[in-house]
Design a protein around this ligand. Structure first.
Ligand SMILES: [Zn+2]
Ligand SMILES: [Zn+2]
Length: 317
């Protein structure tokens, strides 16, 4: 049903998940909506019977704000069986957990409309689920992400997040974590340098710094970085969740204003479970697209200088 296969040349993992081909897709083309509206939506308040039983729900049916349940088309599962084992290649069964967090009962609401209090509550529940997943032996890495808009890979219009506990550490995280030991952290050094330079700062408060990273892959890419070296999202305090929410709320207004129907991903990047890292949020607007060059080389062509992007976010451009 689900299997991770490793490219023997690059070390990258591909998740082969057969059952994902059956999941519903609500969009005909980029922004055109195929479904009639909320009548059939499994994520709407009042439609609780259309999902798997909840793992978390902060109120009665049809009277909640946040609801978490196992993904109905999981890419990894606890019961996964390997498709084909063979001695030549490296593979691992797609064991893991795949949950959905619906962050509003409303079909039309989008995250840029949420208050910072709402966002803080979402991060609180995400953190609770994260900590719960950490206890699962098979889970080596947890990916929290949100796809906003069809151009960013959203398949169901109703606002939601996904939380995936994987049995491997993705190659990108594996490469990054070597530079993020608390005693000598490149990420901490980068924050200090960016503060001193000031030309790639998109927003700031006491606990967080938003930057347009030096080698941004995407036009207007943003990283929201905790100033304190916190090894994992699991250990973020209540004050930090509030502070993060205030900055994110401000920043999302500007991301939303980039252009009509802009798609973007919000990804929480963390290290291996219980390992050291400098966790942060990455916001990846999807303006333009991937083409042959990006797929062939793994490098990106970004037509917007990160310094220009920072000027936009600061209201100077
Ligand atoms: Zn809905
Ligand atoms: Zn650090």
């Amino acid at each position: 049903m689900s299997e991770l296969r490793r490219n023997p040349f690059t070390g990258e993992w591909t998740l082969c998940a057969e059952n994902r081909k059956n999941r519903p897709y609500e969009f005909l083309h980029k922004t055109e909506v195929r479904s009639k509206g909320h009548e059939e939506c499994p994520f709407c308040g009042g439609h609780e019977h259309k999902t798997t039983p909840p793992l978390y729900q902060d109120g009665q049916d049809n009277c909640w704000q946040i609801r978490v349940f196992p993904n109905m088309f999981p890419a990894v599962t606890k019961e996964a069986k390997a498709l084909w084992e063979n001695p030549f290649y490296e593979q691992i069964t797609g064991w893991g957990l795949h949950e959905v967090l619906v962050d509003t009962p409303s079909h039309e609401a989008t995250i840029d409309q949420f208050s910072s209090e709402q966002l803080a509550q979402i991060f609180h529940v995400l953190q609770e689920r994260y900590c719960k997943m950490m206890e699962e032996k098979v889970v080596k890495y947890i990916q929290i992400f949100k796809n906003c808009g069809p151009s960013a890979g959203m398949s169901i219009r109703h606002s939601h997040w996904q939380i995936m506990g994987l049995p491997i550490v993705p190659q990108r995280v594996d490469l990054m974590r070597g530079h993020m030991k608390e005693e000598d952290c490149l990420f901490c050094k980068m924050i200090a340098y960016e503060k001193e330079q000031g030309i790639r700062i998109a927003g700031e408060n006491e606990e967080f710094l938003a930057i347009t990273p030096y080698a941004s892959r995407f036009p207007y890419e943003l990283w929201i970085c905790p100033k304190r070296h916190v090894s994992s999202f699991a250990y973020v305090t209540e004050g930090e969740r509030k502070s993060l929410s205030c900055l994110l709320q401000e920043i999302l207004q500007k991301v939303f204003s980039l252009r009509k129907d802009v798609g973007y991903n919000i990804c929480l990047i963390d290290g291996a479970v219980k390992g050291d890292f400098h966790w942060h949020l990455e916001i990846l607007p999807r303006i333009g697209g991937f083409a042959g060059f990006e797929f062939a080389t793994g490098s990106y062509i970004n037509p917007i200088l990160p310094e220009q992007a920072a000027a936009y976010y600061c209201g100077k451009a």
